[in-house]
Write a protein that binds this ligand. Structure first.
Ligand code: NAG
Length: 161
């Protein structure tokens, strides 16, 4: 896979994954993955609606990466830039969810690393403890802040490579 550095909005690769075509009977154009880089980090945007458990599994098994795990402001800003560059218009699934089991109290945790959120960027109305999964919001007017939504909510997703 060729890496390109960002710098202008056009510097990304549009990749089509032939192996996916064998998994589905639908038209090839239904499966579009876009690779985007920032510094050392590579992000693969998958334009397909799934829930968090499916996104976790697909990143791991199909793309050999991990589902979006936002550990600091620089990474959060990179994803916001990616949303603008690629014109992503659907909320993005992350690996963040409430862990009710491992701690004395329910805690927001990145399920890929099993670590508590070291950094958070919630929307004013989030998080609420009714909704247990963390999505990266795509609204510029809300500064791309995170939203807590029910875990059966579908979204597009990004695998870190
Ligand atoms: C996610 O989707 C799969 C496949 O449709 C389904 O089996 C699973 O129950 C869903 N999980 C949640 C939490 O909604």
């Amino acid at each position: 896979m060729t890496k390109m550095t960002p710098g202008n909005g056009a510097s990304f690769l549009l990749l089509f994954f032939p192996m996916l075509y064998s998994l589905t009977n639908s038209a090839p154009t239904n499966q579009v993955a876009t690779y985007w880089t920032r510094g050392e980090m590579g992000y693969l945007y998958i334009d397909k609606l799934v829930n968090q458990s499916e996104a976790l599994a697909e990143c791991l098994r199909i793309y050999k990466g991990r589902l979006l795990t936002i550990l600091n402001v620089a990474q959060d800003d990179a994803i916001s830039d990616m949303i603008v560059d690629l014109g992503i218009s659907h909320d993005i699934i992350t690996s963040g969810k409430i862990n009710y089991v491992s701690h004395p109290f329910p805690e927001w945790e990145w399920s890929t690393t099993a670590t508590l959120f070291p950094y958070r960027n919630w929307s004013p109305s989030s998080p609420d403890f009714e909704n247990h999964c963390c999505f990266k919001g795509v609204q510029a007017s809300n500064f791309y802040r995170w939203r807590s939504l029910d875990c059966d909510t579908v979204g597009v997703f990004i695998c870190e490579m």
